[in-house]
Design a protein around this ligand. Structure first.
Ligand code: FAD
Length: 387
């Protein structure tokens, strides 16, 4: 089989890449290799759906701005003759809350977001209390509220991208990348589990939590590891006012979902590995005390479901790797390592890599600083503050 571009992995990142390649260059021959068409283990369908501009790196703020605008219009942009797409965008806002010791850092971050044209309000504990009366604020230094952030349905987003990419001509191949033919400057072909071989001019590794393993098949070192994270659906004991997506410095994060809430508490020290086992005591031990401390109404919270998913953790700095294999075969591109932010950043990262492949350079947002060069140099480029 022959293609102009072979995309490896057909989750939200791979499917966005296929779509933007075909937007940039209609008629390009694009195939997407995805072994799990039902996405049973893919991170995308296990995600919590949050999209926010509250970052500190220029690239992340700008990728969020583009991603949020894109997702807001997703239904019509991604419509096909079968009908509109369904991302179910909810502009519920995001709220980062910090203790007094971290207020100065939050204020600095907010100034950066404001400089990028984002709408961000810094709220004192008294203002937080007035706006969100159910929240305990006495121990807080303040909060940053971004009213135009929100959350969406990750599966709806993925299916919309996949369907539209297919309409524009992308071919999905239900198979797994097993090995690659690589010389010093070029990847020539990949071989799939079925024995099929695909030759292409360019290859894109969009394998999420599997991206490090897949890079290894090309002889490329990519410090992206699978890191398990639990997500829970829970209800409160008593009705609460409408809440935004709340995040704190201990990495507690949750948002309303239907009649309840979806969220969890990220443990960055979780052992790395492809582990999907669910710890049904995690909510009771870790999440419930944290939400109940912040919102006393959650004293009577009930957890209805817990599931696990994998973060694609970039062990160098927690930011994605986007771009060519700088010191190897340059026609192998990586779009992976989003470390838990890949759903919201998929559209902008995919647009960027499509520009690189089709035009030879970034045309909209410059993502050079997120390139593989920093991995080679061992030079982290990290977020500051709440992750
Ligand atoms: C609990 C949880 C909550 C999250 N919440 C958010 C959030 O609120 N906002 C946000 O932006 N992000 C969130 N994320 C992160 C987000 O889910 C990921 O960053 C994003 O889904 C990554 O997309 P992907 O397409 O790279 O990965 P995936 O969706 O995992 O897709 C990768 C694909 O590669 C395929 N693959 C594997 N091996 C091979 C191979 N050898 N050959 C070919 N294909 C292969 C897999 O089958 C898979 O379908 C969350 C993640 C988790 C686990």
């Amino acid at each position: 089989m022959q293609a102009d571009v072979a995309v490896l992995g057909g989750g939200i990142v791979g499917s966005s890449v296929a779509y933007f390649l075909l937007k940039e260059a209609p008629g390009l021959s694009v195939c997407v290799v995805e072994p799990d068409p039902n996405y049973e283990l893919a991170s995308t369908v296990r995600a919590s759906g949050g999209c926010r501009v509250q970052f500190t790196c220029t690239e992340n703020i700008e990728m969020s701005k583009f991603g949020i605008a894109f997702i807001r219009d997703f239904g019509s942009t991604m419509a096909t003759p079968d009908g509109p797409a369904h991302a179910d965008w909810i502009e519920g806002g995001y709220l980062f809350i910090v203790p007094p010791a971290q207020l100065a850092g939050l204020e600095r971050n907010v100034r950066r977001q404001l400089a990028h044209g984002c709408v961000v309000e810094l709220l004192t504990p008294a203002e937080l209390k007035a706006r969100f009366p159910s929240m305990k604020t006495t121990d807080l230094g303040g909060g940053a509220y971004t009213p135009h952030d929100g959350w969406c349905d990750p599966n709806g987003l993925l299916q919309g991208f996949r369907r539209k990419a297919g309409e524009l001509g992308a071919r999905y191949v239900d198979d797994r990348v097993e090995s690659a033919e690589v010389d010093a400057t070029k990847v020539k072909a990949i071989t799939l589990a079925s024995g099929r071989r695909i030759e292409a001019d360019a290859f894109v590794n969009a394998c999420g939590a599997w991206a490090g393993v897949v890079a290894g098949k090309f002889g490329m070192k990519l410090p992206v590891s699978p890191m398990r994270r639990f997500e829970h659906y829970f209800t409160a004991g008593a009705p609460l006012e409408a809440l935004p997506y709340v995040k704190d410095v201990a990495r507690l994060a949750f948002h309303s979902e239907g009649r309840g809430f979806s969220g969890g508490l990220v443990d960055g020290s979780e052992p790395r590995g492809f582990n999907f086992e669910v710890d049904h005591g995690w909510f009771e031990r870790m999440v419930w005390p944290a939400v109940a401390e912040r919102f006393p109404a959650f004293e009577a919270a009930k957890c209805h479901r817990t599931w696990s998913g994998l973060y694609e953790q970039n062990e160098l700095d927690g930011n994605p790797v986007i771009g060519p294999w700088a010191n190897g075969a340059r026609n192998l591109h990586t779009v992976a390592g989003f470390s838990g932010h890949g759903m919201m950043h998929a559209p902008a990262a995919a647009r960027g890599i499509a520009e690189l492949i089709v035009h030879g350079g970034y045309r909209t947002l410059d993502l050079t600083r997120l390139g593989y060069e920093r991995i080679v140099a061992g030079r982290p480029y990290a977020e500051e503050g709440i992750l």
